[in-house]
Design a protein around this ligand. Structure first.
Ligand code: M6R
Length: 364
């Protein structure tokens, strides 16, 4: 039931304050600023490496988690698309564990990667939205996303719930490994407790984003740029746009711009830049300048400080609420989802059932 929404995707976008709140509350102890001692298939304290494998949007959640695990828990992560992981014939580190991410729990390549790691004797955890799925059944333990059924082919609420779990596991891993102090851990938990409210704030930007979506519906190509955790998010923005609007889009690490994609920039080419005002903002800002100098049209997703630091002509800015750097990839998912959604709506495509795509990819 779509309720009073035009599409399941729109409904699912709007459910995110609630479902991320439920998911975070399941794993974290907000009152005491720590994590809940739930059974965990993975013993984060006693491993030297974590393998993460998944497909599509779930893979991009894993890519974001890689930055988090390495930064806060000092745990090296190998994250790869499952269709590569399963055939790569890589040696698996004995003191490691594997974590699989899948909304449906039925994705063929992800399941094959799981079996590869299981064959090597690793502990297997999985982040799944469907608890009765094959991936869930074959894992030593699951970390359920409490997103509720996701009907739209384009994944939205499953993604932010996957990120919510990853962030909670990062807090747990960092505290167990002693790489953050109890006070720092409590600070991370506090910033996660703000996520549902911040997502609600982000949803208020829908009107202005819908207008930008109408503009994007006229173009043939869009480039998305970001650094750090905003880099996988740029790829997620491009994936979402191409899936439902059929506009060609690519996500790039902003620092790679001058190594190739800058050749594409002209007046026809909108560039979506995801850049919260963090320690790396200035670097992304200089990439933006390079785009502007070549007549590229920029849509900048940032916060008040980021907006105050740019004065480029003709730039369109989406101003997000202020938040801790840790949670930006979860909350900044909202504007990129809404941008893809409204572009597709303006084009009149079948948003919930885009051509050629299936919700669950059970063949490789
Ligand atoms: O069910 P899964 O999470 O394993 O699905 C993985 C991908 O097929 C999925 O995320 C796909 O990329 C989505 N349509 C993205 O919106």
């Amino acid at each position: 039931d779509k309720g009073n929404h035009r599409h399941f995707m729109e409904k699912e976008i709007h459910e995110q304050p609630e479902v991320t709140g439920q998911t975070l509350a399941h794993y974290l102890d907000f009152a005491n600023g720590g994590y809940k001692e739930l059974d965990s298939a993975i013993d984060f304290k006693n491993i030297d490496r974590l393998y993460i494998s998944a497909c599509g949007t779930a893979y991009l959640a894993g890519q974001i988690a890689k930055y988090w695990f390495e930064r806060y828990a000092r745990l090296p992560v190998d994250s790869d698309v499952a269709s590569e992981f399963r055939y790569r014939e890589m040696p698996l580190d004995k003191r490691s564990a594997a974590l699989f991410v899948s909304q449906s729990g039925e994705t063929a390549d992800t399941l094959a990667s799981l079996r590869y790691c299981k064959g090597a004797g690793l502990a297997i955890g999985s982040i799944v939205n469907v608890r009765e799925s094959t991936i869930a059944r074959e894992s030593d333990g699951i970390y359920p996303t409490l997103a509720g059924p996701e009907i739209g082919v384009a994944s939205t609420k499953a993604f932010t719930c996957q990120l919510s779990i990853f962030a909670s596991l990062v807090v747990r891993a960092a505290l167990e490994r002693g790489t953050v102090s109890a006070e720092e851990g409590a600070q991370l938990v506090r910033s996660l407790s703000e996520v549902p409210r911040l997502i609600k704030e982000a949803l208020k930007l829908e009107g202005e984003i819908a207008e930008l979506g109408r503009e994007l519906s006229e173009v043939n190509h869009v480039l998305y740029l970001g650094r750090d955790t905003s880099y996988p998010l740029a790829m997620e923005g491009a994936l979402k746009l191409k899936e439902i609007s059929y506009i060609h889009a690519e996500g790039y690490a902003a620092g790679e711009l001058k190594h190739g994609p800058i050749a594409l920039i002209d007046k026809q080419m909108p560039v979506v830049v995801i850049a919260p005002f963090d320690k790396i903002y200035e670097k992304t800002a200089s990439n933006m300048q390079e785009v502007a100098a070549r007549g590229g049209r920029i849509i900048l997703i940032t916060d008040e400080k980021g907006a105050a630091h740019t004065s480029l002509d003709g730039i369109k800015t989406i101003i997000m609420p202020n938040m801790s750097e840790f949670v930006t990839p979860i909350v900044y998912a909202l504007p990129i989802q809404m941008l893809a959604y409204h572009t597709a709506v303006a084009m009149g495509t079948d948003v919930d059932q885009p051509r050629n795509l299936a919700k669950s990819v059970t063949v490789e």
